[in-house]
Write a new protein. Structure first.
Length: 245
């Protein structure tokens, strides 16, 4: 009986010890609908300067997109000169068993909605975009993925301005330039216990500066697909999309 007990303990404890650590912080994000990032910098009182990072990014989904609206996201980008692929899933709870396939897990907040995101990245060395472990993560989230039907949207230039200050907090301005459309976000990372207070303070700061906060707060990928004409219905409120693709 003691041996069986040890085996059971090993079964339940060992896998969880290999799961990615969850940092006790949340990534607060604001979707911005100004014309371009230099307009945003000017409104924030920041002198115009070149971005700290400028790399291409490509999003993947079917045509029309099926997986992104369900919380399953695919992309490739460059990091430190190395091309990587990333699979992200939006999980219902932090305790999901799917976490053990991921590298990193964190909380994201857009508007009043906070979600738990896990992702796995892989350095691209051959012709396969997605590693076996990335496929495992995706297929545990959704079993009927048609990998051969994933198509690339992009590449688009992804610019980042770092070391900004918003109401006393460090921030990053992120811009994906999809032709004439600028998909911009401001991001601030804080401890989860502070998320409501900081979100309200920075939102008021942005309004006070005249920054155009989008009516719909959601990921850049969803905004891109909406701007392309996907998912739109007559009953949906209009976002500030005045720049044609």
């Amino acid at each position: 009986m003691k041996l069986l007990g040890l085996v059971a303990l090993f079964y339940y404890v060992t896998p969880s010890s290999c799961w990615p650590e969850i940092k006790d912080q949340v990534s607060l994000q604001w979707s911005i609908c100004d014309a371009n990032p230099y307009t945003v910098l000017t409104k924030l009182g920041v002198a115009a300067r070149d971005p700290d990072k400028l790399d291409p990014i490509t999003y993947y989904d079917t045509s029309p997109p099926l997986y992104t609206p369900q919380g399953l996201m695919f992309r490739t980008k460059f990091r430190g000169g190395q091309e990587i692929s990333i699979v992200k899933v939006q999980l219902a709870t932090p305790g999901s068993h799917m976490r053990h396939h991921a590298n990193v897990c964190r909380w994201d907040r857009y508007g009043n909605k906070t979600t738990f995101i896990c992702k796995r990245q892989n350095s691209l060395k051959g012709t396969n975009l997605w590693s076996a472990k990335q496929r495992q993560l995706a297929e545990e989230f959704q079993s009927d993925i048609t990998w051969e039907k994933l198509v690339g949207y992009g590449p688009y230039l992804n610019s980042k301005w770092k070391a900004l200050r918003l109401a006393g907090y460090g921030a990053v301005l992120d811009d994906v330039a999809a032709q004439s459309l600028h998909l911009m976000e401001l991001e601030v990372k804080v401890h989860r216990a502070e998320k409501n207070r900081v979100y309200q303070a920075i939102t008021e700061h942005l309004y006070g500066r005249g920054v155009e906060i989008c009516a719909r707060q959601e990921s850049k990928t969803m905004r891109l697909f909406r701007a392309m004409g996907y998912f739109a219905t007559q009953n949906e409120s209009q976002d500030v999309y005045t720049h044609d693709l």
